[in-house]
Design a protein around this ligand. Structure first.
Ligand SMILES: N[C@@H](CCC(=O)N[C@@H](CS)C(=O)NCC(=O)O)C(=O)O
Length: 207
C-alpha cells in the first residue's frame, strides 16, 4: 500500500489524482495545518513539506513531480506516460519540469515571500514579481497547447493533472482561465475525469 502524507490544496493533489487514476491501494495520512514542522513529520520529510509518500516496499519519496512519474511507471497499463524514448514522452518531461521550475517556484515566492528576503519590507515586492513571473510562465504554456484537450492532444498524461493543480493555486483561477482558453479546456477536461471527481472535494470542498 502507498501512504500519501497529505494536506488540502497542497502538492499532494497531483500524486493523489494519479493514485486514484491507476486504482492504487493507498491511504492518506492527513497532516494538519502547522504540524508539518513538528518532529514527527520532520522525521519523515526533513524539509517539512507536503507531500511525502511511502511506497509499498516501505521506502520514502518526496517531490510531487517525481511521485507522479513513479506512479505512472508502476502502472504502465494506465498509459499515463508515452513510450520511453518517444518524442511525446520528451514533451511530458519538458513541461512537467518546466511547471516545477517555473510555476511551483513562483507559488513558493508568492505564498512564502518572507523566505526569499532577509528584509521583511521586501516581501510585497517579492510577491509582485512572483505574480508577474507566474503570468509569464502560464502564457508560455498556453502558447504551447495545441488542439487539446490535453497537453499531448487526445492523450492524457501525468502533466495534465499537475498543471490543473498549479492553476488552482493561482490567486484567481477563474481570472487566469478567462485569459487562457486552451488551458481552460485542459482543466475542464481533467476535472471531468472520474478519478479527479472522486477526490476534488477533499481539496476544494466549496467546488
Ligand atoms: N518540491 C516540493 C515542494 C513541496 C512544497 O513546497 N509543499 C508545500 C505545500 S504545496 C509545503 O509543504 N509548504 C510548507 C512549507 O514549506 O513550510 C514538491 O514538489 O513536493
Amino acid at each position: 500500500m502507498y501512504q500519501l502524507y497529505w494536506a488540502q490544496e497542497t502538492g499532494a493533489l497531483a500524486p493523489q489524482i494519479l493514485l486514484e487514476e491507476v486504482g492504487a491501494d493507498y491511504q492518506r495520512v492527513i497532516i494538519e495545518a502547522g504540524k508539518e514542522m513538528e518532529a514527527d513529520y520532520l522525521a519523515i520529510n526533513p524539509r517539512g513539506q507536503i507531500p511525502a509518500m511511502v511506497l509499498p516496499d516501505g521506502s520514502l519519496m518526496t517531490e510531487s513531480a517525481a511521485m507522479v512519474l513513479h506512479i505512472a511507471d508502476n502502472y504502465p497499463e494506465s498509459k499515463l506516460l508515452p513510450e520511453p524514448g518517444s518524442t511525446q514522452r520528451a514533451q511530458v518531461y519538458r513541461w512537467l519540469f518546466y511547471a516545477v521550475a517555473n510555476l511551483y517556484e513562483t507559488d513558493l515566492r508568492l505564498y512564502y515571500s518572507e523566505r526569499f528576503t532577509t528584509s521583511p519590507d521586501c516581501a510585497d515586492s517579492i510577491k509582485q514579481q512572483a505574480r508577474k513571473d507566474m503570468d509569464k510562465a502560464f502564457e508560455l504554456i498556453e502558447q504551447q497547447l495545441g488542439d487539446g484537450p490535453y497537453l499531448l492532444g487526445e492523450t492524457y498524461s501525468v502533466v495534465d493533472p499537475y498543471l490543473l493543480m498549479l492553476v488552482y493555486w493561482h490567486e484567481s483561477p477563474s481570472e487566469l482561465l478567462a485569459r487562457h482558453a486552451k488551458l481552460k479546456r485542459l482543466c475542464e477536461t481533467v476535472l471531468q475525469r472520474p478519478a479527479v471527481q472522486r477526490i476534488w472535494s477533499q481539496h476544494y470542498p466549496a467546488g
